[in-house]
Ligand binder design. Structure first.
Ligand code: NAP
Ligand code: ZN
Ligand code: ZN
Length: 350
């Protein structure tokens, strides 16, 4: 049993939908296998906004969001073997899992059958609420901590811990690479990482965005083609084109239209997590033997692989660094699709 020893500054939503404000939160004492991390940067994921506003239900308040954490180890527990003080590290969407189920044993902790422990908006094994990265420090088990390679700056690395792995995992699983036509729907935090990673994997990349407003950026990030989904001609022109489509859209999409863009045997992998259900005409999947699939973040081993891949290819996220007192404004801008391409909080301003 661990006890809460210290109180650290943080930004929290005191209640569902309330603006985030500065507060203090408890962090547990550094246990046998824990590392204490001084958080340097925390990315703002759209999932933070869904949860801070209780869009998915069952939110725990006060809520300190943040699961794109980059920082430096400042203390290690006596049993820690993988990290030393001074190491540059990251923490993503979960901080624990059962470690015994078939998925945990395969390094697919995100699909733990007993349900892992979310980095925030969850209860840990002792029944204590977890608090995320919009704070100055966090204590995490070393087994749920990853190493940020020297080639990546910590601010540009932070969004990789969720946006990066959420796109890397399905792009790898569905074999994006040379000879494959891949479309990324939505050029936001997740989508822009999808373009960078799919390009680095050697695929032919198309962006499907609501408008052509961000076309120059999309092409610069590595896309070969860029289309506006507000134009019906896009769907006629691209019918039957793609091997793989990854949708990162945070709102319900008319999936039948997007399924029509797949080749026979193509797959549409949805990673967006809208608050409302969507409808689908099943003839969209029957004809053409198509797959409609989902994917959720990635395991610890694959997250490390993704970080090493990004370092090797020399890219992190495209970020706009903000102060903590700009979080509420940043949320509004994300909701208005006005983000290029990830807001990252400089936690020194908390
Ligand atoms: P984001 O930065 O807001 O990007 C979403 C993009 O979707 C927007 O930039 C916009 O791109 C497009 N979009 C927004 N509303 C739309 C609408 N009504 N119709 C069509 N397109 C629309 O958000 P994010 O942080 O990338 O997260 C995206 C979604 O993925 C969220 O729902 C989040 O909760 C979820 N998520 C899932 C996982 C997972 O493991 N599966 C992990 C992280 C996040 P354009 O301006 O280019 O159209
Ligand atoms: Zn996220
Ligand atoms: Zn498990």
């Amino acid at each position: 049993m661990t006890t809460n020893v210290s109180s650290v500054p943080a930004y929290a939503a005191p209640a569902a939908g309330a603006p985030l404000e500065r507060t203090t939160i408890p962090r547990r004492a550094v246990g046998e296998h824990d590392v204490l991390i001084e958080i340097k940067y925390a990315g703002i994921c759209h999932s933070d906004i869904h949860q801070a506003r209780d869009g998915w239900g069952q939110g725990i308040y006060p809520m300190v969001p943040g699961h794109e954490i980059a920082g430096v180890v400042t203390e290690v527990g006596p049993g820690v073997t993988r990290f030393v003080v001074g190491d540059r590290v990251g923490v993503g969407c979960f901080v624990d899992s059962c470690r015994e189920c078939e998925y945990c044993r395969q390094g697919l902790e995100q699909y733990c059958t007993r349900g892992g422990t979310g980095t925030y908006n969850a209860l840990d094994k002792n029944g204590e609420p977890t608090y995320g990265g919009y704070s100055t420090h966090i204590v995490v088990d070393e087994n749920y901590t990853v190493r940020i390679p020297e080639a990546l700056s910590l601010d540009e690395a932070a969004p990789l811990l969720c946006a990066g792995i959420t796109l890397y995992s399905p792009l790898r699983h569905w074999n994006a690479g040379p000879g494959k036509k891949v479309a990324i729907v939505g050029l936001g935090g997740l989508g822009h990482m999808g373009v960078k990673i799919a390009y680095a994997l050697g695929a032919e990349v198309t962006v499907l965005s609501q408008t052509l407003r961000k076309k120059d950026d999309g092409l610069a990030l590595g896309a070969d083609h860029y289309y506006a989904t507000s134009d019906d001609a896009t769907f006629e022109a691209l019918a039957g084109t793609f091997d793989l489509i990854v949708s990162t859209v945070s709102a319900p999409l008319p999936f039948d239209k997007y399924m029509s863009l797949l080749k026979t045997d193509g797959a549409l992998v949805n990673v967006g997590a809208p608050e409302e259900p969507v409808s689908l005409n099943l003839f969209s999947v029957i004809g053409g033997r198509k797959t409609l699939a989902g994917s959720m973040i990635g395991g610890i081993r694959e997250t490390q692989e993704m970080l090493d891949f990004c370092a090797e290819h020399g890219f992190g996220a495209e970020i706009e660094l903000i102060r903590a007192d700009q979080i509420n404004e940043a949320y509004e801008r994300v909701l208005a699709s006005d983000v290029r391409y990830r807001f990252v909080i400089d936690t020194a301003t908390i």
